[in-house]
Design a protein. Structure first.
Length: 219
């Protein structure tokens, strides 16, 4: 629960992985389920993996090129060193997932369901979370070009040591969303900022944006 000291923090934990069996990314297939597998290295290109389920898995230094992961399900899974010019994971479900030290050009996560997710040390281009549901999400030491949360529902989401060029929040529904650790270039959809916490310095930096939204001239 938020208080005078600030918003409630996300509740996240490291995935508790068992001893993992070695796997080959070439074995991944649409609609299939994989439990307790480590995929170490490899490239997938021009593949449809829609509906794949990964539970208690680890993906290390995997490259995805033109891979379709629509409606994928990831649970208690760690992804490290992912390289994906386009991460097509619309309408996917993430539960207790860590994404670390990765590079993603564009992430299509619209209408996704993310819970207990940590993203750290990563470079992200355009992150499309339109209409998504986020609960207990922590983003640490990440550089993001554009983050689109239009029409998203977000609760207990926090940023620490991050930057974003453009943050879009039109019609978003936020609760306990902590933006104080996010260096923001500009904000679109200011009407969706209700429920977010920003610092005094951020409020001053965004004065022109807020004034424009209210139709106020600052001279």
């Amino acid at each position: 629960m938020s208080s005078a000291q600030g918003p409630a923090a996300p509740v996240v934990e490291d995935p508790d992985l068992p001893e993992l069996d070695p796997g080959d990314v070439a074995e991944l297939a649409a609609g299939e389920r994989f439990d307790g597998v480590r995929f170490d290295g490899g490239t997938l290109a021009d593949r449809d993996l829609s509906g794949v389920t990964l539970t208690e898995c680890e993906l290390l230094d995997v490259r995805l090129a033109e891979v379709q992961l629509r409606s994928a399900r990831l649970a208690h899974t760690r992804v490290v060193g992912l390289d994906a010019p386009m991460l097509a994971v619309a309408r996917s479900a993430w539960r207790s997932v860590h994404l670390e030290r990765s590079r993603v050009g564009a992430a299509e996560l619209y209408e996704g369901d993310l819970q207990a997710v940590t993203v750290s040390g990563s470079k992200l281009g355009w992150v499309n979370l339109r209409g998504a549901a986020l609960r207990d999400v922590l983003v640490v030491d990440c550089a993001i070009d554009e983050l689109d949360l239009s029409s998203a529902t977000a609760e207990r989401v926090a940023f620490r040591g991050c930057t974003v060029g453009t943050l879009t929040l039109g019609r978003a529904r936020l609760r306990d969303v902590d933006l104080r650790g996010l260096e923001i270039g500009t904000v679109g959809g200011v009407d969706g900022m209700a429920g977010a916490t920003i610092s005094t310095e951020q409020a001053v930096a965004l004065t022109d944006v807020f004034a424009g939204h209210l139709g106020v001239r600052v001279l």
